[in-house]
Design a binder for this molecule. Structure first.
Ligand SMILES: C[S@@+](CC[C@H](N)C(=O)[O-])C[C@H]1O[C@@H](n2cnc3c(N)ncnc32)[C@H](O)[C@@H]1O
Length: 318
């Protein structure tokens, strides 16, 4: 049986994408094309630019969306590299940009690149195979302190030092090649009480490695500004994040754009007369309903934030 990725917060995304009159949308993380298909079906006049860093999964989206070929352009690219050129494909500024961050079920079950800690697959974790550094390179070559810092910073792993020590002592004996091998090292490294919790003890370390190998947080930070810049005034940027590190970056950028006054907080009266660049449409992030959380467990950690672009510059109020 083929397993498909179920798009999260699907109805909510469609509700925020005001494309009834047509216009261009960018699906910056197309994956298997679940959200893209929804947009194409729901808005018969919209046209799409579909990005993905992973050629393998993009092939699946191409097949799935073949019936909409006259309204879709596929581009194999990282979103931070594609977004500045988003106007090129339809000669029009996008009115909607979607980023559904992270990876898809495809990566865990089909990619063969070691995203799942139960697999004997090579410890690779690259989304784009053109990129050089793999997760195996990181665990086999980084200094113990750098490894521990990585697990702490990108995995929020409180046992980072212990795990880094175990990785380094194993690799003195043999190179760490497979995902399962690494997961077993982590399992052995953590106290027995931690082994049978809600999450597998390797979950956070795997997240940290994936983020590092694909430069996920740097790419997100840089892509948000580029998305905002290329968006048509009145257009919307919607981002679905899955962990607090991503959400913090999105929240901070959106707050900054939606801020009207930029006077120092201790100043009693506003003298800057600045206009907000955007309207924050989700001051609190939209999360999955109980029904969706039960039907699709990965949706439990999803947070959707949306802003509407008002203008390009903070020109002064009259
Ligand atoms: C959660 S999945 C998207 C699922 C999709 N919305 C659907 O409904 O099928 C995220 C996708 O984004 C891609 N991706 C992750 N980071 C990316 C980046 N910085 N640039 C481009 N694609 C990226 C991954 O390869 C993956 O296919």
């Amino acid at each position: 049986m083929e397993i498909h990725h179920i798009p999260v917060l699907f109805d909510e995304v469609l509700r925020f994408a005001e494309l009834q009159e047509g216009g261009v949308a960018v699906d910056a993380t197309t994956g298997e094309g679940g959200h893209s298909e929804g947009l194409l079906r729901h808005f018969p006049r919209c046209r799409l630019v579909c990005f993905d860093a992973d050629e393998g999964i993009q092939q699946k989206a191409r097949q799935r969306l073949a019936g909409y070929a006259d309204r879709v352009q596929f581009v194999h690219t990282w979103f931070d590299e594609g977004l500045p050129r988003a106007e090129e494909w339809w000669q029009e500024k996008p009115r909607f940009i979607l980023m559904d961050l992270g990876i898809s079920i495809f990566h865990y079950v089909e990619s063969g690149r070691g995203f799942s800690f139960q697999s004997e697959e090579p410890l690779d974790m690259r989304l784009s195979l053109g990129d050089s550094i793999t997760a195996a390179d990181v665990v086999n070559t980084w200094k113990e302190k750098d490894l521990a810092d990585l697990l702490w910073k990108f995995g929020e792993e409180s046992l980072s030092r212990r795990i880094a020590r175990a990785i380094v002592s194993t690799r003195l004996k043999e190179r760490i090649e497979s995902a399962k091998q690494l997961a077993d090292i982590i399992w052995e490294a953590v106290p027995p009480a931690v082994r049978h919790g809600r999450l597998h003890p390797a979950t956070k370390s795997f997240q940290a490695l994936r983020i590092a190998v694909n430069h996920e947080l740097e790419r997100l930070e840089s892509a948000l500004g580029k998305a905002f810049h290329v968006l048509a005034p009145g257009g919307r940027l919607a981002v679905i994040s899955f962990h607090s590190l991503e959400d913090r970056i999105v929240k901070t950028a959106f707050r900054e754009w939606a801020k009207e006054c930029i006077c120092p907080p201790e100043q009693p009266k506003c003298t800057c007369s600045r206009l907000a660049l955007a309207k924050d449409l989700t001051r609190k992030p939209v999360v999955a309903t109980e029904q969706e959380s039960l039907a699709n467990p990965p949706s439990r950690s999803a947070k959707l934030r949306v802003i509407e672009k008002l203008r390009d510059t903070r020109e002064e109020k009259l």
